[in-house]
Design a protein around this ligand. Sequence first.
Ligand code: AMP
Ligand code: TRP
Length: 335
Amino acid sequence: MTNKDRVLSGIQPTHESFHLGNYLGAVKQWVELQDSHDAFYCVVDLHALTTSPDPAKLRKQTLSSVAQLIALGLDPERCTLFIQSHVPAHNQLAWVMECLTGFGEASRMTQFKDKSAKSGTDRTVVGLFTYPMLMAADILLYQASQVPVGEDQRQHIELTRDLAQRFNATYKETFTIPSGYILKAGAKIYDLQDPTAKMSKSAESPSGIIDLMDAPEVNIKKIKSAVTDTERDVSFDEKKKPGISNLLTIYSALTNKSIKESEADFSGKGYGDFKGAVAEVVVEFFRPIRAKALELLDDPTHLNKILTLGAEKAEEVANKTLKDTYDAMGIIPRA
Ligand code: AMP
Ligand code: TRP
């Protein structure tokens, strides 16, 4: 046991590869937090069911996500890394959270509203409606005090706090009230072909997205064809030069240089040279990571060992919280 602050975060296994935005906007911070905090990270496969993935794909994506997280620097010795469905307490506490959440309250969640407005209520699964309560369970089971997530998850964290406070006030002091640890702005990465839109798998074309698991040649080509502007100086100006600024953000984040230092590296140089240098930095950064992820995926026995250990560590904490929760509510334990 440690007395470090606890953090918990989760990522959905919705794709076979993470992209540069997922790394710089989320996973990089997860890696940093594992030393200063008692960190729990899970691949939230149950949440991914709300997108009705193909079973073979879900299997592949889940393992690939775990392998990439380890390759990117999550160390199973320094953090607890596990698959959400391996710890049944997540579903069990989710039901408790559903019984505490108002119907109207859940209806006001913007992510649900946006998604259901797009597809219509008949095509929207109830799992999407109860998604935030499963997420609240993910967090509260571990008594996490901080939850590193992107800005888009702020409302879900607020709901989690409300539910924790409501439970504590109604029954008994049981849950730590978590705060969002909204990941630093500036780490937002834009689409290479449309540098005003966030780099995202839902983009129409994959040509603006840098996937970690893609072959180096593919990524070099994408970076060399990134949209820029008609000027010639490599300088940071998000409004006037979104394409160049995005490439500078990427270069600076991966080399740990400031934007100023990065600009200086290319003073007097043209866009061609600059893009070539960014491509090289990205590809060389991802090369060993991709190799490590592929190596892990090639050795399922080893990967399973890591996941079993992670689930065991997670379960120890989760089951204790679930037991306290049930006790507080008057649910009788099996004799
Ligand atoms: P998603 O798969 O889009 O839900 O994203 C998973 C995580 O990556 C979230 O924590 C996001 O905040 C982060 N993320 C996704 N896209 C980007 C981006 N373009 N720039 C920075 N962070 C991102
Ligand atoms: N909803 C989060 C997302 O889409 C993923 C998630 C599920 C999560 N459970 C969590 C994030 C618990 C933080 C903590 O990004």
